[in-house]
Design a protein around this ligand. Structure first.
Ligand code: COA
Length: 335
């Protein structure tokens, strides 16, 4: 008997960004920086800041409620919740469990996934495996971050780049030739020190000294990460096309991780894609890490830029180092 493996597709999407906007002009008053420098080097104009009492699970919950409503799925129907985040509410319990409780998704398993800014694409790949294996029918995947809480606001080389937000998708089995066609997951732990938050784990437990030395803040070698990112985007996109037996000419739309407009434009150029077929929101939200791809996806869908049957590539990179590509033949569940 032939065993048909059925892959998954996105049945609903939702996002949430905090209300508080921090513009480059406001940053000019806080730091030795300028709107001109930030725009020309990164494409970022403003970002969102979570409130003091707003944690990652709060953002994830709001995005998840919207994604479930968009998919027409009740919390009880969810079999599994995966939250990709680098800024969990706390070391444990998992942020996904807090979202599970907030939703009342009483039939769901829940866990977090940590893969830097690539976490959301990794989590979609994991969800796809659960659905393909028949272990889960409905999976909620969220990417949620409150990175502005772990930034050193005196370090102009990092604090201007990141923002807070959340995005979520509901994944279900896709019909026949639709859904996720190929995934590429990459990692290179030798580059871990290029982007890290050193303290608070078992290697360097929190102490008065780690706090005094600022070891609980994000640290990044931007120049090296930039070089890696350009290679990673090319590899992620190229590899999923190769695995699916498709070519660049088959790509209809690109949803890249939103870290820097120069990295996005480079990827688009390499893929011969005009920018109208590339999701961009780094100008308004900065780098929201795991949230950037689902937020950008929701905006592209709302703008009617992705149609049934389109080949859509998601591609990302981040701390780890990690990178990933994911190719979907879009299926419109509401048709
Ligand atoms: N405002 C003004 N000047 C700044 C600044 C800021 N916010 N941040 C850095 N500078 C200065 C630097 O001090 C440096 O000055 P120097 O030449 O006198 O030493 C100069 O600008 C150039 O710095 P450099 O790091 O070479 O700039 P860049 O063109 O590489 O751009 C990044 C910096 C961070 C925007 C870029 O490297 C980048 O985007 N890297 C990838 C980061 C990323 O994607 N991270 C997320 C991964 S998920």
């Amino acid at each position: 008997m032939k065993c048909e493996i059925k892959h998954s597709a996105i049945a609903g999407v939702g996002s949430y960004v905090p209300e508080n906007v921090l513009t480059n002009f406001a940053l000019e008053k806080m730091l030795d920086t300028s709107d001109e420098w930030i725009c020309s080097r990164s494409g970022i104009r403003e970002r969102r800041l979570s409130a003091a009492d707003e944690a990652t699970s709060d953002l994830a919950l709001k995005a998840s409620v919207r994604a479930l409503a968009n998919a027409g799925v009740s919390p009880e129907e969810v079999d599994l919740i995966i939250v990709a985040t680098n800024t969990p509410d706390m070391l444990f319990p998992a942020t996904a469990c807090l979202v599970q409780d907030g939703l009342g998704a009483k039939n769901a398993g829940a866990f977090d996934l940590l893969a830097g800014c690539t976490g959301f694409i990794y989590a979609m790949a994991v969800a796809d495996q659960f659905i393909a294996a028949g272990t889960a029918r409905t999976v909620l995947v969220a990417g949620s971050e409150t990175l502005t809480k772990v930034l050193n606001w005196q370090d102009r080389s990092t604090c201007v780049l990141f923002g807070d937000g959340a995005g979520a998708v509901v994944m279900k089995q896709a019909p026949e030739d639709r859904g996720i066609l190929a995934v590429k997951l990459g990692s290179d732990g030798s580059g871990g020190k290029l982007l890290q938050l050193p303290a608070g784990g078992s290697r360097m437990p929190a102490s008065a000294q780690t706090v005094a030395e600022g070891m609980h803040f994000l640290q990044m070698n931007g120049r090296e990460v930039f070089k890696f990112a350009v290679r990673a985007m090319e590899d992620g996109a190229g590899e999923v096309l190769r695995r699916a037996g498709l070519t660049l000419a088959d790509v209809d739309f690109l949803v890249p991780h939103q870290a820097n407009i120069r990295i996005i434009e480079h990827a688009a150029k390499k893929m011969n894609l005009p920018m109208e077929r590339v999701a961009v929101n780094v100008d308004r939200y900065g780098n929201t890490s795991t949230a950037s791809v689902p937020i950008a996806l929701e905006e592209a869908l709302a703008a009617g830029k992705i149609k049934d049957g389109d080949h859509v590539i998601m591609v990302g990179f981040g701390a780890g180092l990690t990178w990933a590509g994911l190719l979907i033949k879009w299926y419109n569940f509401s048709q």
